[in-house]
Design a protein. Structure first.
Length: 64
């Protein structure tokens, strides 16, 4: 689970950013949306192919 995703970030933009860092290392991404309010809820689920790929993702992410 990846939290604190900016609400203005669109799904395709998020996927593009994810692919820049870890393309091919994940096989599923669920970008949660609130369809009643037509807005994002600020988190996504990412399933990595191998457990070790989480470390690659973490090291590629910018610090807070």
């Amino acid at each position: 689970m990846l939290r604190n995703i900016p609400n203005k970030l669109r799904r395709d933009e998020f996927k593009g950013l994810l692919d820049e860092k870890v393309r091919g290392l994940y096989d599923f991404m669920y970008f949660r949306m609130d369809f009643d309010n037509s807005s994002k809820v600020g988190y996504a689920f990412i399933n990595f192919v191998r457990f070790e790929d989480i470390v690659t993702f973490f090291n590629a992410s910018p610090p807070d």
